[in-house]
Design a protein around this ligand. Structure first.
Ligand code: ADP
Length: 450
C-alpha cells in the first residue's frame, strides 16, 4: 500500500478521497489554489500545499506545480479525482516518469478510451455494439458526407471525438442543417478541447443513459457492478442518478454488464472505470464511451452494493487483487443521487457563486451527503458548479424517493441559488415515480413551453 497520497483535486471529491485514504491508514496531502485555502479538503488532509492562483489552468491543471508538491511532500501516489487532470495521458506519463503512481488505469487505456472515435473502433472489434455512425472523423469537405448521413438516417448527432461534459454536440434533424452543425461542432470542439475532430452517429430518440461501474486488477480480472441510470440530464449533463435502473431486467443487466466487462478487458483496464451506454425503448443498447476515472455518481453504487469504490480504486492501483466476482454482488436496496449545483435552474442554469450564508445538511435514515460546503463558505466562480450530492437509499425505489424528498425539504442552504428546488419537482413528478424517464425528461416534463 502507498505511504502518502497527494489528492490533485478540490471540493467534494477531494474530501471523499481524503476520507478513503484515512480509512486505509495512508497519509494524505491536499493541494489548493490561493482562493481555496479555506476549502474543506484543505482542513481534512494531513498537510496541504498551495499550487497556484485561482484559475484552474494555473493551479489544479498546473502539472509542474503539482508534481513539485508531490515531491516536496514525499507522496508516492497521486489521486486525480474527476475532471481536471483525471483523464490526461500526459499527466499520467509525467507521474510515471517521476516514480509517482497515478491512481488510475494505464496511460494507454486512458488514451484509447479518451478519443471517442478510437474507442468506437476498439469496441466494434471487441464485439460491443456501438451507435451506428461514421467510421472516423467527418468534415464538410468530404464529398460523401451527405450520402453517409442519409445511410445512417436522420436525426443524427454530431459529436466531438475529444468530447466531455456534453460539449461539442449538435443534433441534426434534416439534411439542410448538416453542414452548419458539423462546422459549429468543430468550432466548439476546437475551443473546448483543442481538437476539432467530430464524427456523426444516429440520434437515438428518447434513450436512457445506462452505465456500468467496472473494476479491474493488474492480473487481468475485471468485474462489473449493477447499472446506474443517469437519464435525467440538463444539456446532456447528468443531474439525477439512480441504481438499479427501473428499466433494466436481471437478464439485460447481465448482458450489458458482460459487454462492459469486454470493453474494459479490451484495454486491460486496472482500477475503477465506467462504461456508458444508450438504451432504446426496445432494450437495444449501444456503447457510448468509457470514463477512465471515478465518477461523480459513484456513491449510488456504493450504497446499494456495500463496496467502497474509492478504497477499492486505491487498493487496485497499489497492485492488490480483486477479491470478489460480479455474481457475488448483491443489490441491497435502491439509491438515488441528486446533484446540488450552485446554479439557477430558473435562469437556464447560470452559475450562482457567492457566499453560503447558512447551510444545514440533511441527515437521518438512508441519507448520505457528500459536500465541501459549510456555513460562511464562499463558492468561487473559477470551478465546476457542483457543490454537493445527496444520496438517498431505501429498501425499494419508493422509499428512496420519499427519503430524498424528505432530505431536500430538510436541507437549508441560503445565500446562493441551487438546483435543490428543481430536484423536488423531479422527485414529485408522476413520470419519475413511474420510472418513465428518458434523457429528454427535463425539457419535456419540467421546462415545457419555456
Ligand atoms: P460527454 O462525454 O460529453 O458526456 P456522451 O457521449 O457521454 O458525452 O453523451 C452525453 C449525453 O448526450 C448522453 O447521456 C445522451 O443524453 C446524449 N447523447 C450522446 N450520444 C447520443 C446519441 N447518439 N443519441 C441520443 N443522445 C445522445
Amino acid at each position: 500500500m502507498f505511504k502518502k497520497i497527494l489528492v490533485a483535486n478540490r471540493g467534494e471529491i477531494a474530501c471523499r478521497v481524503i476520507k478513503a485514504c484515512k480509512e486505509l491508514g495512508v497519509k494524505v496531502v491536499a493541494i489548493h489554489s490561493e482562493i481555496d485555502k479555506d476549502c474543506a479538503h484543505v482542513r481534512l488532509a494531513d498537510e496541504s500545499i498551495c499550487v497556484g492562483p485561482g484559475p484552474a489552468s494555473e493551479s489544479y491543471l498546473n502539472i509542474p506545480s503539482i508534481i513539485s508538491a508531490a515531491e516536496i511532500s514525499g507522496a508516492d501516489a497521486i489521486h486525480p479525482g474527476y475532471g481536471f487532470l483525471a483523464e490526461n495521458t500526459y499527466f499520467a506519463e509525467v507521474c510515471e516518469s517521476c516514480g509517482i503512481k497515478f491512481i488510475g488505469p494505464s496511460k494507454e487505456a486512458i488514451d484509447k478510451m479518451g478519443d471517442k472515435i478510437a474507442a468506437r473502433e476498439l469496441m466494434m472489434k471487441a464485439g460491443v455494439p456501438v451507435v451506428p455512425g461514421s467510421d472516423g472523423p467527418v468534415s464538410i469537405d468530404d464529398p460523401n458526407i451527405f450520402k453517409l448521413a442519409k445511410k445512417i438516417g436522420y436525426p443524427l448527432i454530431v459529436k466531438a471525438s475529444a468530447g466531455g461534459g456534453g460539449k461539442g454536440m449538435r443534433v441534426v434533424a434534416t439534411e439542410e442543417a448538416l453542414e452548419n452543425a458539423i462546422a459549429m461542432a468543430q468550432t466548439e470542439a476546437k475551443a473546448a478541447f483543442g481538437d476539432e475532430s467530430v464524427y456523426i452517429e444516429k440520434y437515438i430518440e428518447e434513450p436512457r443513459h445506462i452505465e456500468f461501474q467496472i473494476l479491474g486488477d493488474s492480473k487481468g480480472k475485471v468485474v462489473y457492478l449493477p447499472e446506474r441510470d443517469c437519464s435525467i440530464q440538463r444539456r446532456h449533463q447528468k443531474l439525477v442518478e439512480e441504481s438499479p435502473s427501473p428499466f433494466i431486467s436481471a437478464h439485460l443487466r447481465r448482458k450489458m454488464g458482460r459487454a462492459a466487462r469486454h470493453a474494459a478487458e479490451a484495454v486491460k483496464y486496472v482500477t475503477v472505470g465506467t462504461v456508458e451506454f444508450l438504451v432504446d425503448k426496445s432494450g437495444h443498447y449501444y456503447f457510448m464511451e468509457m470514463n477512465t476515472r471515478i465518477q461523480v455518481e459513484h456513491p449510488v453504487t456504493e450504497v446499494i452494493t456495500g463496496i467502497d469504490l474509492v478504497k477499492e480504486q486505491i487498493r487496485l492501483a497499489a497492485g492488490e487483487r480483486l477479491t470478489f466476482d460480479s455474481g457475488d454482488v448483491k443489490i441491497l436496496g435502491h439509491a438515488i443521487e441528486c446533484r446540488i449545483n450552485a446554479e439557477d435552474p430558473d435562469r437556464d442554469f447560470i452559475p450562482s457563486p457567492g457566499k453560503v450564508t447558512q447551510f444545514i445538511p440533511p441527515g437521518g435514515p438512508g441519507i448520505r451527503v457528500e459536500t465541501h460546503v459549510y456555513p460562511g463558505y464562499t463558492i468561487p466562480s473559477f470551478y465546476d458548479s457542483l457543490i454537493g450530492k445527496i444520496i438517498a437509499m431505501g429498501s425499494n425505489r419508493a422509499e428512496a424517493i420519499a427519503r430524498m424528498l424528505r432530505a431536500l425539504d430538510e436541507m437549508v442552504i441560503e445565500g446562493i441559488k441551487t438546483t435543490a428546488p428543481l430536484h423536488k419537482k423531479i422527485m414529485q413528478h408522476d413520470y419519475y415515480h413511474k420510472g418513465d424517464v428518458y434523457t429528454d425528461f427535463l425539457p419535456k416534463h419540467i421546462f415545457r413551453g419555456r
